[in-house]
Design a binder for this molecule. Structure first.
Ligand code: PEP
Length: 255
């Protein structure tokens, strides 16, 4: 696994333009001298260009919350991977459970998006996987995780320094205020790593993949996640909207 942890703040559809710019400026100040890890902010699509200008001289990186799989054409409302690169993005979230739930995004679409993103060679996909509460309660978690990985990534070539982030996000833990037990997250990450090793080989996995956790992380519970095996970072929602708390989370996980 790559040594540097990555912490991604997904601002979702929570902030208007002026709120976004104000938070981006606060983040920039907070992380001015930060070098222990990689911090990515994912504001709404409309604000990407503005945020890119603010953070261009600092330590933060820019990510988008969604992408389309075609590079050009009559696809009303969609945005291509190249357009995101042009806006200054280095990362893009793919297949977040909110998109799977509200927009019926499925793993065939997720697969096409991952492919399109990797083809740019300038953008890294953050692929979200995770079980629902029903799947957890019927003991299907491990199967679901492997299946989602295979559907998203089978047949995809990973070469050079291309990076892929796998975000393990148990759907039932997102936005609830209660994170999964750290030992459960560690176990799920192990399953994910084994499945990736099977698909891509250990060398590629350790060079090109990072596995991160997402689901109700805050400045108090993060400590318990810091030393877990195969824990290469975090994807956060709520805490990513509070600059001070987010900074504490990042410091703690990268200690
Ligand atoms: C998320 O939406 O991916 C997420 C992790 O949100 P929260 O941190 O608010 O649970």
């Amino acid at each position: 696994m790559l040594a540097k942890k990555i912490i991604i703040a997904n601002w979702k559809m929570n902030l208007n333009l002026s709120e976004t710019l104000a938070l981006a400026k606060k983040f920039k100040e907070k992380f001015a001298g930060f070098k222990e890890g990689e911090v990515v902010i994912c504001p709404s699509t409309l604000t990407l260009d503005h945020v890119a200008k603010i953070i261009k001289t600092g330590k933060l990186k820019l990510g988008a919350q969604n992408v389309f799989w075609e590079d050009k054409g009559a696809y009303t409302g969609e945005i291509s991977a190249d357009m995101l690169v042009e806006a200054g993005c280095e990362y893009v979230i793919i297949g977040h459970s909110e998109r799977r739930r509200y927009l019926f995004e499925n793993y065939e679409m997720i697969h096409k998006k991952v492919r399109a993103v990797l083809e740019t060679e300038k953008l890294a996909p953050i692929v979200c996987i995770g079980e629902t509460i029903e799947e957890k309660e019927s003991d299907k978690r491990d199967f679901v995780l492997v299946e989602q990985l295979q559907q998203a990534l089978s047949g995809i070539d990973v070469f050079g320094n291309q990076q892929i982030i796998i975000a393990y996000e148990p759907v039932w833990a997102i936005g609830t205020g209660t994170a999964i037990e750290p030992s459960e997250a560690e176990y799920a990450h192990k399953i994910i790593k084994l499945a990736l090793n099977d698909m891509f080989g250990m060398q590629v996995v350790s060079k090109n993949f990072r596995i991160i956790y997402g689901g109700s992380i805050n400045s108090k519970n993060v400590k318990k996640f810091a030393d877990l095996e195969d824990m290469n970072g975090l994807l956060v929602g709520g805490v990513g909207l509070k600059a001070d708390d987010f900074f504490k989370v990042v410091k703690e996980i990268t200690k």
